[in-house]
Design a protein around this ligand. Structure first.
Ligand code: ADP
Ligand code: MG
Ligand code: MG
Length: 876
């Protein structure tokens, strides 16, 4: 016969799948000999069976009765006994904690007869009637959905009528009569007097609470599967509401906010569990419990030490003291802030409870990211003006601007405020300290782009009404004008008027080399754990960096080189004019002149970057975007030419540019003339860049440096494209005296390249996966167009568990990576393989890249510590 019910003696913590987290840990505490009221757990399998057939599986309640009889025998008290009744708690608890989502019913077993027994045996009539009214209320609400207010209203009336000591026994007895009427009125029949029937109904309703709307919603948000079901724990009641020598509380074995050692918790004398949550009375700290009941306090701290040594981690507990006797009602490995996670992991290593390898698994890259952001000094913050979605963490203060051009032109820190953003806002987002939008959620354009570049962002602050024409926004009747200072908190989503003081994160300061590792316990913990990650990781970590300043920052953060140095910016600014000359060139002579003018400028750029990364590899990507991105926009040119013509003037060069821009217009630039294609159709363009790299390296060598450039060709789909570029590049390299050996490799960022990686590897010294483009081309969607359009819906409906631009889609895009690594290495065993998409800084993706066997990941400088940690975790 199937077994559905397990006594606390039978289980242990390894069986959380079957017993739920709460049940498994109650069993574990029982096994440890800790004072847990006796009881048993009905398995999640029973719940699944119940939900599947809409009725309890055959034999379930017989099994429950058998276990109940054992509990009764052990305690010498019986459910329904009118002299000294056993009362029961019926508590939900699934595999994963879903705080407050499901049901618990206390005081099962009270009825018109047993309430007298409870009163007599406890010697406290008031307590007995109060417990009875609690049962009717909890049972009515949970089993039949009677609104809590219906009961609360009556309770409030009785409390108001009572003196300062609270309602007496007679008043509570009357209240029970009133409650029964409320119950019967709503439910259509009387409150069940049979304790066993109460028990069965309570069990069924806990099963059913698995599918309550809020539980379903919670699971979707937390990615908890819907088909697990909950376990039900049935256990003897103990009472914290039996007078001043009783009480109830919650405690942590260390401070869950800071990780500071020493127990930490709240206690409420003369109360039952739900009172703590209800916040009717103020709790006191544990030191107060030490004063009230030193014996129980010592026992509690002893037990918490036992639990911590046993679980080898921070635990939290729920406990109740009944007339001086301590009972443990729950424990689990406790939730904690990111700071506490690092501090506690390091402490546990010091205490010999866990190894350094294990410590890496007690923290995450995401937590480290949180710790690197500056924060507002909350003591100095005013009441928020509005609250939106905290979309990209950080604390930003600046003057309000309403358009991207104003942000880009600003000389002081600014906050870009928009209804929503689009790709045209990019320059403004780069220039601003932070971005505030009134529309969109965590997957809106603003949110995604801001996270990608580490800009603070609050989005979807719906109370903010933006009027760009008038240059102001309003929240209710408050008006904020362009130029006014606001502060936005990208973690909490809060928006403040005025300037809130910002505290830089000590962790970021330490990582940038500005603070010593001994600065404080948190910094010391980060230092230790990152040091260990570096010692064990097999994956290299490089930076995506385009300027000497970025390269220096990346190096301070621990980068082992540059995995992606974009060269696009080397064609911008004042050099635009040279690009225009290149495009308008009439014949090879003019074109070569334009290229020759660009050469020394780019050479100087490379010298700076190679100097900053001296001795480390610098992978330089030849120009990637379509050339027309470097020309004025079509509408602007059209207007300029039209104006000149209207005035009867000669549009001059604008006329020719307009023709060129029209000619080069692309319906789909992402899939158009860019990357290697551009290099093959614009003669001399790649050669100029290759020469600039080689000459820069030669100069660095003359200056005593150790330059290690590598040249990377973007957007290759066929080996013949790469061959053509390589042959030309090698000719150029051979002609530059004093240059080091410069390897030539390719990006793998279109599916065809991944599928023909074996052929391509024959011509490439290295691969670097451009997983942004590979994601776009594998899925056939353009990031700029889809993130705002339907990603929200896809995430909500669970089609994407997470955006494929945030964490690599291992089943599809990841499969292309896997295949290309295998075939590339088969063709060329010494092939170096890395990744330089944004996924290189995402902890989950880093884990995947380590598993696939890449040599390195490359990510933006401020993600480097996160990637180092994730790479360390992946190695142990
Ligand atoms: P949740 O999972 O929402 O925390 P619990 O099942 O832990 O729900 O129950 C909520 C509260 O009910 C507990 O914190 C505790 O105070 C009280 N409680 C649970 N079991 C018992 C019991 N056997 N005796 C007395 N109080 C209990
Ligand atoms: Mg609990
Ligand atoms: Mg690309």
């Amino acid at each position: 016969m199937l077994k559905y019910v397990y006594d606390f003696f039978e289980g242990d913590r390894s069986r959380a799948d079957l017993l739920g987290g709460k049940g498994a840990n109650l069993a574990e505490m029982t096994r440890l000999g800790l004072p847990v009221p006796p009881g048993f757990t009905i398995s999640t399998a029973a719940c699944r069976a119940y939900l599947a057939q809409g009725a309890p599986p055959a034999g379930l309640f017989d099994e429950v009765n058998a276990h109940l009889r054992e509990v009764e025998a052990r305690l010498g008290r019986w459910l329904g006994d009118r002299h000294d009744p056993l009362l029961l708690a019926v508590r939900s608890g699934g595999r994963f904690s879903m705080p407050g989502m499901m049901e618990t019913i206390l005081d099962i077993g009270l009825n018109d007869a047993t309430v007298g027994g409870l009163a007599a045996h406890s010697g406290d009539e008031r307590f007995a009637w109060d417990s009875y009214r609690r049962l009717i209320q909890m049972f009515g609400r949970t089993v039949h959905g009677v609104p809590a207010e219906e009961f609360e209203r009556e309770l409030a009336a009785v409390r108001a009528a009572a003196g300062p000591g609270g309602p007496g026994a007679a008043a509570l007895r009357d209240l029970v009569e009133t409650y029964k009427k409320v119950y019967a009125h709503h439910v259509g029949h009387d409150f069940p007097q049979s304790p066993h029937e109460q028990l069965y109904l309570a069990i069924r309703s806990v099963f059913e609470s698995w599918n309550a709307d809020r539980a379903v919603l919670y699971r979707r948000r937390e990615h908890i599967p819907d088909d697990l079901g909950t376990a039900v724990n049935v256990m003897a009641m103990v009472f914290g509401n039996l007078g001043p020598d009783s009480g109830t509380g919650v405690a942590f074995t260390r401070d869950p906010a800071t990780g500071a050692p020493g127990v930490y918790g709240d206690y409420l004398p003369d109360a039952q569990g739900e009172d703590v949550v209800a916040g009717i009375r103020n709790t006191v700290g544990l030191p107060e419990l030490e004063r009230i009941d030193p014996v129980s306090f010592r026992r509690l701290t002893e037990i918490m030490r036992t639990l911590e040594r046993h679980y080898r981690d921070l635990c939290d507990v729920e406990f109740t003291i009944e007339r001086g006797k301590l009972w443990m009602l729950q424990t689990r490995v406790g939730k904690r802030t990111p700071a506490a996670a690092f501090v506690i992991a390091a402490q546990l290593v010091d205490e010999g409870l866990i190894s350094a390898d294990e410590a890496l698994h007690r923290v995450s890259g995401g937590q480290l990211a949180q710790l690197m952001f500056p924060g507002f000094d909350l003591d100095a913050a005013p009441v928020p003006l509005a609250t939106g979605v905290g979309a990209s963490p950080g604390a930003a203060v600046g003057r309000v601007v309403f358009d991207s051009a104003a942000a880009a032109a600003a000389t002081e820190p600014v906050i870009l405020v928009r209804r929503e953003t689009n790709p045209d806002d990019l320059p403004g987002m780069i220039a601003a300290q932070g971005v505030l939008t009134s529309r969109g959620g965590k997957t809106s354009h603003a949110a995604v782009v801001a996270r990608g570049m580490g800009r603070t962002c609050v989005c979807g602050a719906e109370a903010v009404r933006i009027d760009p024409e008038r240059g102001e926004f309003t929240v209710g009747d408050r008006v904020v004008r362009a130029g006014d200072v606001i502060s936005i908190d990208g973690s909490t989503g809060r928006v403040y008027a005025g300037s809130v003081p910002v505290r830089p994160s000590p962790v970021a300061r330490y990582l940038a080399g500005e603070l010593s590792p001994e600065a404080d316990p948190l910094v010391a913990a980060v230092h230790r754990l990152l040091g260990h990650a570096d010692a064990v990781r097999r994956l290299g970590v490089r930076a995506n960096a385009d300027t000497p300043a970025d390269a220096r920052r990346a190096r301070a953060f621990g980068a082992g080189g540059i995995g992606l140095c974009r060269t696009e910016h080397m064609f911008l600014g004042e050099r635009r004019e040279l690009v225009e000359r290149l495009i308008l060139a009439d014949g090879p002579a003019e074109r070569d002149a334009a290229l020759a003018a660009l050469l020394p400028l780019q050479r100087a750029d490379f010298v700076g970057i190679l100097a900053a990364m001296d001795g480390l590899p610098v992978t330089i990507r030849l120009i990637d975007p379509p050339l027309h991105e470097f020309l004025p926009p079509l509408h602007e040119l059209t207007a300029r030419v039209a104006r000149a013509e209207a005035l009867g003037e000669d549009p001059g060069r604008d006329g020719a540019l307009l023709v060129a821009v029209r000619r080069m217009h692309e319906a789909n630039p992402m899939l158009g003339l860019r990357g290697v294609r551009l290099g093959l159709v614009v003669p001399g363009l790649f050669a100029m860049q290759v020469r600039a790299v080689a000459e820069a390296a030669a100069q660095r060598r003359r200056d005593g440096g150790d330059p290690r450039p590598e040249i990377m060709v973007p957007l290759v789909g066929d080996v013949r494209e790469l061959t053509a570029v390589r042959v030309e590049a090698e000719q150029v390299l051979a002609g530059v005296e004093g240059a080091p050996e410069i390897p030539i490799g390719t990006m793998i960022e279109v599916p065809r390249a991944a599928l023909t990686a074996g052929e391509i590897a024959a011509e490439a010294r290295f691969f670097s996966f451009g997983t942004n483009d590979l994601t776009q081309t594998a899925w056939a969607f353009s990031r700029d167009d889809v993130e705002g359009a339907f990603f929200g819906a896809y995430l909500e409906r669970g089609i994407f568990p997470v955006s494929p631009f945030e964490s690599i889609d291992t089943a599809g895009v990841g499969r292309l990576v896997r295949l290309a690594v295998a075939e590339g290495r088969a063709a060329r065993p010494e092939l170096t393989v890395g990744v330089c998409g944004e996924h290189g800084g995402d902890p989950d993706s880093v884990e995947f890249f380590a598993e696939v066997g890449l040599d390195y990941v490359s990510c933006s400088p401020y993600r480097i510590p996160i990637a180092r940690l994730a790479a360390g975790r992946a190695a142990v």
